[in-house]
Each structure stands twice: as structure tokens, then as C-alpha cells.
Write a protein that binds this ligand. Structure first.
Ligand code: NI
Length: 177
């Protein structure tokens, strides 16, 4: 947080099937695995291109209650479905040590292109919708604190235990995005 690359709008990828794009995504996957995270956007590895990767770990709420495998989305577009929002805790590799309550669209539709040049169109809700919105915000230079409406909930992750009733209610592993 604070590095200029995280504040700029990223550029459209002209050829999602280019070998250098595949190489970049490979680097992003390594970074995501190191962080034990749910998602990552190219600007977080200092590349200003419209590429995000994400996954939904087992046990996270989604439209079908299932996990979502590691997904690569080039030039993604998000459209809210309905006007319902919900709040949940988010953390970010680019904002280390902190977490905060962030309102997001509950349901979205998103589209994008794979590394093979195929179009993905998908509906998502719950954590799935949240992680996609968090990652796509990175492509427009927006970090999650800028989406928060109650800055008193921007806290150190190690203090989160004071805010949830039980460990089951919030699992801080795998939420970094
Ligand atoms: Ni992030």
C-alpha cells in the first residue's frame, strides 16, 4: 500500500494467449501459493495489466456452496446482480497485517478471457463474488480500505479474535487477496 503501481488503472491485455502472459500468470500463481491466498491481481506483482487469479477454498460460501478451482481471468468485467450488498472481513497481500469489514455486491456476473483465449462467463455470490470484486478493484487502483464505510473496523489481523464469537465464525487462513 502506497506504491504508485497499486494506484493506477491497469491496461487491457491485447493477446491473452501470448507466452509472456502465461509466464506472468505462472509467477502470480507462485506468489499466491506463498501467501496462502485466495486471489491476486497483476498490479500486486507490479505489472499493470488487467489479469486476476483467484480460488475459493473448501468451506467458503458460494452460489453452489462449493469450492472454485484456481481461475485465471484476463480483461475481466463485473456486473452487479441486484442491489444487495453485504459486509465481510477482507485482507490483502498489499496491505500486510491488517483486515477490515468491506461492503461488496452480494451477487455478481463476471466475464473474462482465459489464457487459451476462451471466454468465461460466470455468476457468483458469497465469498466467490467478494474475491472477484477485490481482485478486479486492484485493476482500477482501488485497495479494500477505500471501499470501507466504517474505518474503526480496520484492525490488525491478530486482533480479529476480539470481533468474532468463535474460531469457526472466521477462518483467517486463505482470505488474503
Ligand atoms: Ni488485494
Amino acid at each position: 500500500m502506497g506504491h504508485p503501481v497499486l494506484r493506477y488503472a491497469a491496461e487491457t491485455v491485447e493477446d491473452p494467449t501470448a507466452p509472456e502472459i502465461r509466464g506472468l500468470v505462472g509467477d502470480m500463481m507462485e506468489t499466491l501459493a506463498d501467501a496462502d491466498g485466495a486471489g491476486l491481481a497483476a498490479p500486486q506483482v507490479h505489472v499493470l495489466l488487467r489479469i486476476v487469479i483467484f480460488q475459493v477454498p473448501e468451506g467458503r460460501e458460494t452460489i453452489d456452496g462449493g469450492a472454485v478451482p484456481l481461475t485465471v481471468l484476463v480483461n475481466p468485467i463485473i456486473t452487479p446482480v441486484g442491489d444487495e450488498q453485504n459486509e465481510d472481513w477482507e485482507a490483502c497481500l498489499s496491505v500486510p497485517g491488517l483486515t477490515g469489514l468491506v461492503p461488496r455486491w452480494t451477487s455478481i456476473r463476471y466475464s473474462g478471457v482465459t489464457l487459451d483465449g476462451e471466454t468465461i462467463e460466470q455468476e457468483a455470490d458469497g465469498f466467490h463474488a467478494r474475491v472477484v470484486q477485490h481482485e478486479c478493484d486492484h485493476l482500477d487502483g482501488i485497495l479494500y480500505p477505500a471501499r470501507m464505510t466504517d474505518m474503526s473496523t480496520l484492525i490488525f489481523r491478530e486482533e480479529l479474535r476480539h470481533y468474532v464469537k468463535s474460531a469457526d465464525e472466521y477462518d483467517p487462513e486463505g482470505d488474503i487477496a
